[in-house]
Design a protein around this ligand. Structure first.
Ligand code: IVH
Length: 671
């Protein structure tokens, strides 16, 4: 076959496999096979630049080229819906529709209201040509390059399926809970501001200037509306089925109701069941199903008369604010934390809420004793959303304000330009920063020193036994037990634990150093790339930027870490103590065997010892299968950190066991 024909064939094949995996959740080939076809296509495309196609499956990885968004006029305005909050308002809508249609029978299509950001895609001759955000409803930003990286968005449509020559499809770009949790976990490790909910994360991501970043963020998209001159049907729900047939992700929760009772039943069902969905929803959308009836009903000045949104209640509770305390982290960042009277909120007792930074705290004008509203942002992180009106506690004494000096060492705080956080700059002598660095060093994902935790570090530090991480390796049993020899057993165990930590691989000893913005995932990536601390230390800016997941901020942070004398001295002493700063060969290659013969394993979460791809390859090399979603056929879930709650629930429901990374390595003998 001619190379050019092979390119076309591969593109078609990969689009199909992609749809089966990301839209239909029913993969037919292994990841390895998929990757090898993708590589073949990449190689052939490199040989034939004249065949470049922005809709090729190879373009899903995005590019580094920064793009400023161009504003584009919508062919059909992007409307918003009127909101309702109770059954009475839903019933009013039903009766208004009935009246508007002069009593003629009608159907209501009930759908989930996805909580992301709306997007309009234009397809011409079966090819995605443009993706535009809602903007102000009449014009939005052209985000085509970013949307192309969303795996579940079809870039081309099989011509044999008979889609119109030109049509628009509207939907919602979302960040699934699992991607959101992974992203926030990574940001937390890098001490970056967390996204409050998946919608903000999706929106921040879609507006990113680098499509390469977008490609890594795990966005998804659901579609719920089609526009054009030659639609397949005059019935909305049939058009949704056509969209699904052409490869778009549509919601399987959609239901056509013929009575108000059926509408209420749909609302009641999803009000509770939505917690098990992989993406955030904030309500229900009700649409008149017949497009001719939609036309007949028309619009008000702002919204269509043929549709409304019903919004779920976000759980919000009142409690009393006791105080605001200020915590200093290992990087010196100072975080205001509200302490409140304990209160039950969405299943957990909440008594603290981060106020994030000076601006957010002061914007709330808090006083001790205020009654405040607490909500779970994105249903996870408790957040004070405001003071109960008229319920300011001791308003005369003035509102609580942010501090200007470090609460721990008295050094005046600094705020860097463009950053929301305030820092204590005294990194050499501010106790929580010193202790924080040691606590990070011993933590589970770093050196994993068993038997000692933050309290022990506090104790050793206050007894002047340690002043940095390297001092741990100088500790003697005699120093840790009482003068009378009491606690001898535990002292021996501690020393043994410290000694054992020397076996920790470079992927983790690098993370343990606590370089700013180098979380465990990035550390693992860097360790694998450079293979030794020496190589990392001498890497140029460009060499650092070549590593996946490393951008300018991380690269600069690494460079400045190695420019500090204090860090070099610490590394030298750790090296002398025997900490491994080189990657061992066994960590790079995995053997072939059959320990996982007949097992179907689903991988979920973030991993420390090996990358997700390495685990997948390993499972296959051992005769196992990689499952894409948890089902009764799943043998077990290899669960990393921050596995999504819905996946956990599903596993629990089906009685599928969760296995930690450590357990998995032990079981398979792959260390
Ligand atoms: S239909 C004219 N269906 O909610 C009808 N919208 O204010 C246009 N949304 O901007 C929207 N899920 O971003 C529709 N199943 C759904 C939806 C949905 C979420 C969003 C959309 C829209 C907003 C309504």
């Amino acid at each position: 076959m001619e190379e050019k024909d092979r390119i076309l064939e591969l593109r078609q094949l990969l689009h199909k496999y992609n749809e089966l995996y990301y839209v239909k959740n029913a993969p037919v080939v292994s990841d390895r096979e998929f990757d090898s076809l993708m590589h073949e296509l990449q190689d052939l495309e490199a040989l034939h630049p004249e065949m470049f196609d922005p809709n090729s499956p190879t373009q899903r990885v995005g590019s580094d080229i920064s793009s400023d968004f161009i504003q584009v006029e919508h062919r059909y305005p992007m409307l918003s819906l009127a909101n309702t909050y109770n059954r009475g308002e839903v019933s009013d809508f039903w009766h208004r529709v009935s009246e508007g249609l002069s009593g003629a029978p009608f159907e209501i299509c009930c759908e989930l209201k996805f909580d992301g950001l709306s997007i309009s895609l234009l397809y011409e001759n079966g090819r995605l040509v443009r993706a535009v955000t809602r903007g102000d409803g009449s014009k939005g930003d052209d985000v085509t390059a970013n949307v192309r990286t969303i795996r579940s968005v079809p870039l081309t449509i099989d011509p044999s399926l008979g889609c119109p020559d030109s049509f628009e499809v509207r939907g919602e770009v979302l960040m699934p809970w699992s991607s959101f949790e992974r992203l926030n976990a990574e940001r937390e490790l890098r001490e970056e501001a967390l996204f409050a909910n998946p919608r903000n994360a999706a929106s921040g991501t879609l507006k990113s200037k680098s499509s390469k970043v977008v490609a890594t963020r795990g966005l998804d998209a659901y579609f719920y509306y089609m526009l054009g001159d030659q639609l397949p049907s005059s019935c909305h729900s049939d058009n949704l089925l056509a969209l699904a047939n052409w490869g778009f992700k549509t919601s399987s929760a959609t239901k056509v109701a013929r009575s108000l009772e059926e509408v209420y039943a749909f609302i009641d069902y999803w009000d509770t069941q939505r917690s098990s969905l992989p993406v955030a929803t904030d309500g229900i959308v009700l649409k008149v199903n017949d497009l001719r009836q939609q036309q007949q009903l028309g619009m008000t000045s702002k919204n269509p008369r043929w549709a409304i949104a019903y919004k779920f209640q976000a759980e919000k509770v009142k409690t009393r604010l006791l105080d605001v305390i200020f915590q200093v982290g290992r990087t010196g960042a100072v975080t205001p934390v509200a302490e409140m009277e304990p209160v039950l909120l969405a299943g957990t007792i909440v008594k603290r809420a981060s106020l994030h930074n000076a601006d957010i705290m002061e914007g709330l004008h808090l006083h001790r004793g205020d009654w405040v509203y607490v909500e779970k942002a994105g249903e996870i992180i408790p957040q004070i959303v405001g003071v109960v009106p008229g319920e300011h506690g001791t308003s005369q004494s003035g509102s609580l304000s942010f501090i200007s000096v470090c609460p721990e060492c008295g050094t005046p705080l600094v705020r860097y330009e463009g950053e929301a956080a305030s820092y204590c700059p005294n990194d050499t002598a501010c106790p929580p920063q010193i202790k924080g660095r040691i606590i990070h060093f011993i933590s589970k994902d770093a050196m994993n020193i068993a038997n000692i935790g933050p309290e022990t570090i506090e104790e050793y530090y206050s007894r002047h036994l340690i002043a940095d991480a390297a001092d741990l390796y100088q500790l003697q049993v005699g120093q840790l037990c009482g003068a009378d020899g009491s606690k001898l057993k535990s002292a021996r165990k501690t020393i043994e634990g410290i000694r054992k930590s020397l076996e920790v691989p470079f992927t983790r000893s690098l993370y343990a150093l606590g370089i700013r913005f180098v979380g465990k995932v990035v550390a693992s990536q860097l360790a694998r790339h450079f293979k030794s601390l020496d190589a990392l230390q001498s890497a140029s800016m460009d060499e650092l930027l070549a590593v996946e997941g490393v951008g300018k901020v991380i690269a600069e942070s690494i460079r400045s870490f190695f420019q500090e004398e204090r860090n070099l001295l610490l590394i030298g002493r750790l090296q002398m103590a025997g900490v491994k700063f080189e990657l061992e060969e066994s960590a790079v290659v995995s053997p072939v065997g059959n320990v996982l013969q007949g097992k179907t394993i689903v991988i979920s979460g973030v991993f420390v010892h090996h990358s997700r791809e390495e685990y997948k390859a390993f499972i296959e090399s051992q005769g196992g299968k990689n499952g894409s979603s948890i089902s009764s056929k799943t043998s077990f879930v290899l669960a990393g950190d921050n596995m999504g709650p819905s996946k956990k629930d599903k596993a629990l429901q089906l009685g599928v066991a969760l296995m930690s990374e450590e357990e998995f390595l032990k079981m398979t003998g792959w260390e």
